[in-house]
Design a protein around this ligand. Structure first.
Ligand SMILES: Cc1cc2nc3c(=O)[nH]c(=O)nc-3n(C[C@H](O)[C@H](O)[C@H](O)COP(=O)(O)OP(=O)(O)OC[C@H]3O[C@@H](n4cnc5c(N)ncnc54)[C@H](O)[C@@H]3O)c2cc1C
Length: 472
């Protein structure tokens, strides 16, 4: 047995985890529990990755991207329980709206579905039948071979596809829906039905009081108690193997970034290892490194990977997002999610305050306006002011009662790589977790083959990796 391959099973080993999203944090927890000395590297000034929190204004901290937990999210709930916050969950029944043909309608129950204006009775019947059928299909692999458009058109009919499915697919995938397999919509429907499948009567949406800021604060404290070290604000630039050891090198600490950390109060709940400006970058020695960053980043960080490995990693195509958080005096609607089938500057509306107690937001409403786009979309180059103007103009057109003067904060998150596109035959393209570099593993959302991207799926990925590699 090769030295580093067995190191991951050695309770005494030194392990580097690259990325402090839920994947990295869960791995850190499991290895630290076995006695390993774990160091987590994070390029951002705070932990949490996509699930991190930020200040909406001086007083209000909430998730940078909208997050809910489902009752059926057993992996997420277990971690929340382990860190002592299980009693802090609030479970709420929410309503769903549809903005279609210039009108906002409720689609929160069967009766409303039957009344839904844009589709005739036959189309509705076929749409309902598609969802019912998809929830019962088990062989997701065969769905990877069919495009989502062909599959849904066959089941629901062309009219329903154009009127309903296409806008919903475009909302998450943009034009890339044309290359996406039917396994994508299958996984989405499966998640919707997970609660009912597990014997729970209905699906409820939940959040932890205080949001992910609170979960992450507690998670970090729990990990520190177990001896986990954090190197925040430390972008890993290179991972190499030399004489049986793994060396992790970080970028030099940039002066402007340091100033940014000081001015943002966002880091206050973490013990930040901020290096003085100008200090040399780290080069630390480990037995094992587990990378949880996007595949193309991982390919770039590990020059010793083979050309074939790098190609496979770089071939994974990602979808990005521009997501605005809008804090306002008044609510837009009673719907947690409003699906949009008309042309608007954003691809959905998530009114967090329709789920979360408004007291969390000082009595205000919190609305997210996401726009899923390709990583090279021109929207990423627009200024904050341009995006704000575009999105607020969109809201004005949709909601006659909406007033710009009611907007108290407008913050924009831009992420170039959120999730890999589930293209045709995706599971055959997935890169291996174990690499040709002894002691280096690459584990990220590209390994999710039959699910959607969510914290539960992410934690499950970490738990399964740990079970497989540590207990092997
Ligand atoms: C808009 C949006 C809505 C969502 N809604 C929900 C929801 O309702 N419910 C739900 O359960 N999930 C939701 N999710 C998904 C959830 O956020 C993800 O499943 C989860 O956060 C992924 O965790 P991760 O650790 O795999 O990746 P990430 O969170 O992306 O973590 C990777 C980390 O690696 C760091 N990194 C990258 N490169 C380097 C480097 N070179 N050096 C050091 N660090 C590096 C990054 O900064 C990042 O912190 C949503 C996500 C988004 C974007």
């Amino acid at each position: 047995m090769n030295k580093n391959k067995s190191a991951i099973r050695n309770p005494q080993s030194e392990i580097a985890v690259i990325g402090s999203g839920f994947l990295g944090l869960t791995l850190a927890l499991r290895y630290a529990e076995q006695g390993a000395r774990v160091t987590v590297y994070e390029s951002a000034p705070e932990i949490g990755g996509l699930a991190s929190a930020w200040h909406l204004n001086e007083a209000i901290v909430w998730d940078r991207h909208y997050h809910v937990t489902l009752l059926s999210d057993s992996f997420t709930r277990k971690i929340v329980e382990e860190i002592g916050l299980a009693d802090e969950f609030e479970w709420v029944e929410t309503k769903t709206g549809f903005y279609t043909d210039g009108k906002l309608v409720s689609m929160s129950n069967t009766l409303e579905f039957l009344r839904f204006p844009p589709l005739g009775l036959v189309s509705k019947f076929r749409l309902g039948g598609t969802i019912f059928y998809a929830a019962r299909v088990n062989d997701w692999k065969s769905l990877e071979k069919i495009s989502v458009e062909d599959w849904l058109t066959r089941l629901s009919g062309r009219k329903t596809f154009d009127k309903m499915w296409r806008p919903l697919l475009m909302a998450k995938l943009g034009e890339a829906y044309r290359e996406t397999s039917a396994a994508f919509i299958w996984a989405t429907i499966q998640r919707m039905y997970a609660a009912r499948k597990s014997g729970l009567k209905k699906e409820m949406f939940g959040y932890v009081r205080g949001g992910y800021a609170r979960v992450l604060e507690r998670f970090a404290a729990h990990l520190k108690e177990k001896g986990v070290r954090f190197r925040l604000h430390s972008r890993v630039e290179r991972i190499e193997q030399e004489n049986g050891k793994i060396y992790v090198s970080t970028a030099q600490n940039a002066a402007h970034y340091h100033a940014e950390v000081k001015s943002e109060a966002e880091t206050e709940f973490h013990e930040v290892d901020v290096r003085p400006v100008g200090v040399e970058s780290y080069r630390d020695e480990f037995d094992t490194a587990i990378l949880t960053c996007p595949s193309n980043v991982a390919a770039h960080l590990c020059p010793q990977l083979t050309a074939a490995e790098k190609r496979r990693l770089e071939d994974i195509r990602y979808q990005g997002i521009v997501c605005a958080s809008v804090l306002m005096k008044k609510s837009l609607s009673e719907f947690y999610v409003t699906n949009i089938t008309d042309e608007t500057p954003f691809t959905g509306i998530i009114e967090m305050s329709a789920l979360v107690d408004k007291r969390e937001f000082g009595g205000r409403a919190l609305v997210y306006l996401p726009k899923y786009v390709a990583p090279d979309d021109e929207l990423f180059d627009r200024t904050d002011e341009e995006i704000e103007e575009l999105f607020l103009t969109g809201l004005e057109k949709m909601y006659p009662h909406f007033r710009r003067a009611d907007v108290e904060a407008f913050k924009i998150s831009r992420v170039h790589r959120v999730f890999p596109l589930p293209v045709l035959n995706y599971s055959e393209k997935v890169p291996k977790v174990e690499t040709s570099i002894d002691g280096v593993y690459i584990l990220n959302s590209a390994q999710i083959t039959n699910g959607t991207l969510n914290v539960n799926e992410t934690i499950q990925l970490a738990e399964k990796f740990f079970e497989r590699e540590f207990r092997k």
